[in-house]
Design a protein around this ligand. Structure first.
Ligand code: NAD
Length: 323
């Protein structure tokens, strides 16, 4: 099976590619534009690891380069696409909505067109728990209302789901949107809490806790996310409209303050905390209802936050050569 992975130098794209390449008879064509939203060296080092694997080929291509991307897919006779490239981040979208429009909406349109032209057998694309906005009923089920996003990031991802539905209906493109819940793990994103907290605690710097740390998140270890994606690759919807949406989460939400306590415990060091008010666009609580995916593909999340945070900290210390 030949798979196109977009965003393969990103956090989740890297882990997905690394994992799937350990299976038999898989080859991956990876693309990424290596943008500088965060430290480019992290992306380069992820790629360096991937390039050690056989059956992996990388192309530096932007989603907006339609002809290049289309040619690549035609030439390689690709039939499966895992679309993970995007401009991520809720807070960054408040100051920079246009980059979300370009990368997430226009970029996704190209992926849909390419899926249509090349008769893709299954398009899986990343969506987010942010599409649930400030729903007050928990756990968050796929059936709940998602048409009141609180950030333009969430709006761009909800737009993807709606666009995919029309392509699945009109052109019968089998598509599955996967709504990830706060993903964390080794080689994670420097703009996310675990990375920022660890870095600042080690450097004796203050950490900023929005909403006083009272946010509740369904923190999901990256390997669980990857296993969730892998469990459905060969299971596109067989319905009249071949369209599906799944939550991929852990199902056990935790307070951000408890998450922080674990980081402090494993670093054996207290954080200097600066409590700040809630930010526009932030959601107070997420809690994934994961019954749908469990029933569909036997998905079971296996890593609790204690184990997951420890794995991240081990990676961080090794990567930055800290004793
Ligand atoms: N990490 C999370 O907690 C989380 C939660 C929900 C959803 N998601 C979604 O999962 C996907 C992967 O997220 P991530 O955390 O790995 O983010 P990431 O930023 O680490 O990875 C995204 C990658 O896409 C690349 N990219 C961006 N725009 C591109 C373009 N126009 N052309 C080619 N490459 C481009 C970036 O260079 C980056 O390497 C994204 O769609 C994100 O919105 C992530």
């Amino acid at each position: 099976m030949k798979i196109l992975v977009t965003g393969c130098a990103g956090f989740i794209g890297y882990h997905f590619t690394n994992n799937i390449l350990s299976k038999r008879n898989i080859s991956v064509i990876g693309i990424d534009n290596i943008n500088d939203y965060y430290d480019v060296n992290i992306k380069k080092n992820r790629l360096k690891n991937l390039k050690l694997k056989k059956n992996f080929t990388f192309y530096k291509i932007d989603l907006l380069e339609f002809n290049k991307l289309n040619k690549l897919i035609k030439k390689n006779k690709i039939k499966y696409i895992i679309h993970l490239a995007a401009q991520a981040g809720v807070r960054f979208s408040i100051e920079n909505p246009r980059t979300y429009f370009d990368n997430n909406i226009k970029g996704f349109f190209n992926i849909l067109e390419i899926s249509k032209i090349n008769n893709i057998k299954h398009l899986i694309y990343a969506s987010t728990s942010s599409v649930y906005g400030d729903n007050k009923e928990f756990p968050l089920s796929e059936e709940y209302k998602t048409d009141s996003p609180l950030s333009f990031y969430a709006a761009s991802k909800k737009t993807n789901e709606v666009m995919a539905h029309s392509y699945s209906y009109i052109y019968k493109i089998p598509s599955t949107g996967v709504r990830f819940f706060t993903v964390y793990g080794p080689f994670g994103r420097p703009d996310m809490a675990l990375f920022k907290f660890t870095k600042n605690i080690l450097n004796n710097k203050q950490i900023e806790l929005f909403n006083g740390g009272l946010h509740v998140r369904d923190f999901t270890y990256v390997d669980d996310i990857i296993n969730g994606i892998i469990s459905i690759i060969n299971r596109p919807s067989k319905k009249e409209i071949p369209y599906n949406i799944f939550n991929i989460g852990n199902g056990k939400p935790k307070k951000l303050l408890d998450y922080l306590k674990n980081i402090e415990k494993y670093l054996n060091k207290k954080a200097k905390i600066k409590k700040l008010p809630i930010q526009t666009g932030d959601i107070v609580k997420t809690h994934a209802d994961i019954k749908k995916l469990k029933k569909y593909s036997n998905y079971v999340p296996r890593t609790n936050i204690e184990k997951g945070i420890l794995k991240f900290i081990d990676w961080y210390k090794e990567y930055y050569k800290i004793d």
